[in-house]
Design a protein around this ligand. Structure first.
Ligand SMILES: NC(=O)c1ccc[n+]([C@@H]2O[C@H](COP(=O)([O-])OP(=O)(O)OC[C@H]3O[C@@H](n4cnc5c(N)ncnc54)[C@H](OP(=O)(O)O)[C@@H]3O)[C@@H](O)[C@H]2O)c1
Length: 301
């Protein structure tokens, strides 16, 4: 795979993020194969993917679909929720992948290890995406945020592979850069996301209410998360995290909160659970995080 090539890209999980990226890559001229369950695969094959986006415009893109990967590709984007990852990966047999990059867009910090235990470790290239995009129905994607930014990383992955995919993604729409430090990249997102997701979901309140009515709890959570991130080799700047929350529109909700409202499974273990496991590994106490995760686990049952 080289820059300017027409790439063949598989997308496992054509939902809010996967559907948006599949449609943008297809529109940019790449061959896209969406891997999904029977019904979603049939719908996408018939209707294509319809995107509504203030940033990228409204458009429909044709994609190929299958229920399983059956041929080598240049890259396989993984865009299922963490709760669906194990089941979904059965659609991507390691033998079918060839030399492909495996690019997970999941939030969290533990899934790269899961993927590296199953696929070539030096082809697993985690990505962090900053965007808000929703699968309102199979093949119908609403991209609401006025931005879409991707950080692509992967310590053991040859730089040329990362650069080629990053160029294709960037040319297709989302601002994409390659970052050197995988741990720092994943923890930068986790440090911002975990306090925001846990507190908005726990209190069933948008960010504007959480940051005013539950400021003390938010501050404690941000400090605990920053300490764990620092111990893991990630960034730690609690003041900057709080300033970022303060800059968001007050009505902002987390995707975990939207999942809770819709009665869908929460990515609680991939975010809160992973944070607590990392704290324990480094001998750090994170009492506010532990209480919130426990209460959310209890509420989910
Ligand atoms: N959405 C965002 O704005 C956003 C932003 C940043 C990060 N993220 C992260 O990106 C990841 C994906 O989130 P999302 O919001 O895009 O999720 P989503 O809209 O729920 O999409 C997930 C997709 O996975 C598919 N899927 C589930 N189980 C599957 C299986 N066994 N085989 C094949 N496909 C399967 C679903 O198929 P069906 O369509 O058939 O149900 C759906 O299309 C999460 O880790 C999330 O935290 C999301």
């Amino acid at each position: 795979m080289t820059a300017n090539d027409r790439l063949t890209v598989a997308v496992l999980g054509p939902g809010g993020i996967g559907g948006l990226l599949a449609a943008l890559l297809s529109k940019a001229g790449h061959r896209v194969i969406c891997l999904a369950g029977d019904e979603t695969a049939r719908t996408l094959r018939t209707t294509g993917i319809q995107v509504r986006s203030g940033l990228f415009g409204d458009f429909t893109a044709d994609v190929e679909t299958d229920t399983e990967l059956r041929e080598p590709v240049d890259a396989c984007l993984i865009a299922v929720k963490a709760t669906a990852l194990d089941a979904a990966l059965t659609r991507v047999p390691p033998t079918a992948l060839g030399d492909a990059l495996i690019v997970p867009f999941l939030n969290g910090v533990e899934h790269p290890q899961t993927l590296r235990s199953r696929y070539r470790p030096d082809r697993v290239a985690p990505a962090v995406i900053r965007a808000e995009s929703t699968r309102v129905a199979p093949g119908q994607i609403e991209h609401a945020s006025p931005f879409a930014e991707i950080d692509l990383t992967g310590d053991p992955v040859p730089r040329g592979h990362l650069d080629t995919l990053a160029q294709a993604l960037d040319a297709a729409g989302p601002t994409t850069r390659v970052l050197d430090d995988e741990t720092a990249t994943l923890w930068a997102k986790m440090s911002f996301l975990a306090p925001f997701a846990l507190l908005t979901t726990h209190h069933a309140l948008p960010l504007g209410d959480v940051r005013t009515r539950h400021r003390e709890e938010l501050t404690s959570l941000v400090e605990e998360t920053a300490a764990v991130s620092r111990a893991c080799g990630g960034p730690a700047d609690p003041a900057q995290a709080l300033a970022r929350y303060d800059a968001f529109p007050p009505s902002t909700k987390s995707s975990m909160q939207r999942d809770a409202e819709a009665g869908r499974p929460l990515e609680l273990d991939a975010i809160g659970g992973a944070l607590l496991r990392a704290a324990e590994r480094h001998g750090l106490s994170a009492p506010v995080t532990a209480r919130l995760v426990q209460e959310l686990r209890t509420a989910a049952h």
